[in-house]
Design a protein around this ligand. Sequence first.
Ligand code: IMP
Length: 207
Amino acid sequence: MRLIIATKNKNKVKEIRQILKGLNLRIVSLYDLDRKFRIVENGRTFKDNAVKKALVVSKVYKNDLVMGEDSGLVVECLGGEPGVYSKRYAGRNANDYKNNLKVLKKLEGLSKNKRRAYFFCFLALSLGGKIEEIFEGRMDGLIHCEICGDNGFGYDPIFYLPSYKKTVAQLHLSLKNRISHRSKAFRKLKKFLEQKCLEKCEGFRER
Ligand code: IMP
């Protein structure tokens, strides 16, 4: 059976494949299946977007498990920004670098205790056009005062982890994948699939 990850973000897919290693499912992404498949992300919350991604894809690929994932950065002193706008925070021509600069600029001069932030990941698992289960994960840290490190993607170069004295972009991917918001959510999913859902999927297929 296949598990379709409803994203075309190759960095996310790379992380997800590593986290789900060992699961008896063939993992494919929208990037592998149909690069033109478009999902409009217009939800007000990570949950809205994750559910939408899962359902839109699951209604087309009815015999596959589908995972909708939405994640982003939440900065406390910015009232939760960039939040669901994480990918396009710097506007129409946003990229990771411009997004990072925008956050750094908004926090310029602020002391450590005002720089608290977290990454959040929301997952929605669906089958046959219906949501089966939802999972979430969070990683807390601080917004650094400059861009540091080359690994990872998105806001990793400005997301500082005091316990490692490094930004996430200075960590090896295998370490990021042990502690990240996404790995926490996906490990819950993995456990769920191992314990319950595979049986259910077999049942579904026989119907
Ligand atoms: P989307 O879920 O593809 O809409 O976009 C999520 C956006 O949040 C990404 O483009 C990144 O900017 C940011 N983001 C999500 N997860 C991470 C992460 O693990 N590291 C850094 N940035 C992330």
